[in-house]
Design a protein around this ligand. Structure first.
Ligand code: PLP
Length: 381
């Protein structure tokens, strides 16, 4: 992924609660021109919310900056348990276990659900962390066409016809794909898994807080069992760290056996405290997600009216597919001149020939952003 020179990153303009962002307080850089951030995953604009800052500061004053050891040694703090219980409750899950990052959580999830005798059926576009987990597990990997239920069923059928009843299959997908802004139909997918006796793992990293009923993610309203879901606090929750959620037995199994959980320093208490503050805000503002989805619909229809092809749906991720790497970089520079920070996402993060600008809507973007964007894009097609 293209990295923005530090000089430019410092000029990011963010819009949270009238607070002057830290970048603007940095005296070395003259804030001559600021870029409006349409690239980061801080969907709800919580990373600079006073409640999160206060919670993290109080935690640091009380607990220090780091946990000092893994959860099973001396790293556990009351906030870890409180957050796990509150999340389990909010998500309607039996049990939750925190991790220092989503990458680790995904690794742990796959290693808990797959081994060398497993066949993993994964959406072609799943996140790198899941792929690393599959590799580490030694499982056989088959990839199905992105969000394609028929292709998944074909793979499940093949698997059942060619394997004994003892051999297991694991289906892996994301509920909101980070580079596509698309979502699978989770209910029929869960039903397929149930019918073919496959386990089902869903990464909710980008959906949590912004999609589904009251932002509870897209698994929340699926009544067919999902074996495990993963979520991260590094995106809509404005903090850092992550979790896995599932049945008591599955989560207990991970706690007892997972190296990715046992042999790592516990999530910093201040990050857990900030995530807990974010959860409270999201719970107290159940309409935030619907408002963002509504805004996404207006953005999509305005962009479509200007001949841009947008993926269907109402997620805050809107990729504008450009084509070659150089063209995408040119678009990025053009938007930057118009005061908008977007990032050209290029292969290998996305397939060859589909370099794109990944637009991210945030709840706290100022009025007029869409107009600014559409004007900047005018004449580029
Ligand atoms: C789909 C998906 N899953 C997992 C992760 C990893 O999360 P974290 O940033 O907490 O390690 C990311 C972040 O890039 C992601 O996009």
């Amino acid at each position: 992924m293209q990295s923005i020179p530090l000089e430019r990153r410092r000029k990011l303009r963010t819009w949270s609660h009238g607070n002057k962002p830290a970048e603007l307080q940095d005296s070395e850089v003259k804030p001559a021109k600021f870029l409006l951030d349409l690239a980061s995953n801080d969907y709800l604009g919580l990373s600079k919310h006073p409640n999160l800052i206060k919670a993290a500061q109080a935690s640091i004053a009380r607990e220090g900056t780091g946990a000092g050891a893994s959860r099973l040694v001396t790293g556990s703090r009351p906030i870890h348990k409180e957050l796990e219980e509150a999340l389990a409750n909010w998500l309607g899950q039996e049990s939750v276990l925190l991790f220092p990052s989503g990458f680790q959580a995904n690794l742990a999830a796959v290693l808990a659900l797959a081994d060398r005798s497993t066949t993993v059926l994964a959406d072609r576009l799943i996140h790198h962390s899941l792929l690393i987990g599959i590799k580490a597990s030694g499982a056989k990997l088959k990839r199905f066409v992105h969000n394609d239920l028929d292709d998944l069923e074909r793979h499940l059928n093949n698997f059942r016809n060619n394997h004994s009843a003892q051999q297991s299959a694991l289906v892996i997908t994301e509920s909101l794909f980070s580079m596509e802004g698309t979502s699978p139909s989770l209910t029929p997918m869960a039903q397929l898994c149930e019918r073919y006796g496959a386990k089902f793992l869903v990464d909710e990293a980008h959906a949590l807080g912004v999609m589904g009923k009251e932002g509870r993610g897209l698994c929340y309203q699926v009544s067919t069992p999902i074996t495990m879901l993963s979520g991260t606090f590094g995106k809509a929750f404005g903090s850092g760290g992550a979790f896995l959620a599932g049945s008591k037995n599955t989560i207990e199994y991970i706690l007892q056996t997972s190296g990715a959980f046992r042999y790592t320093t516990a999530l910093a208490p201040s990050l857990a405290a900030a995530a807990f503050a974010a959860l409270k805000l999201i719970k107290n503002n159940p309409k935030w997600s619907a408002t963002l989805q509504q805004r996404s619909k207006s953005w999509r229809s305005a962009l479509s009216a200007h001949n841009w092809t947008c993926p269907p749906g109402d997620s805050p991720i809107i990729p504008l597919i450009i084509g070659t790497d150089q063209e995408a970089l040119n678009y990025q520079m053009h938007l930057e001149k118009a005061g908008l920070l977007t990032v050209a996402i290029r292969p290998p993060t996305v397939p060859e020939g589909t370099a794109r600008l990944r637009l991210i809507l945030r709840r706290d973007l100022p009025d007029g952003t869409l107009k600014q964007l559409v004007n900047a894009l005018k004449g580029l097609l």
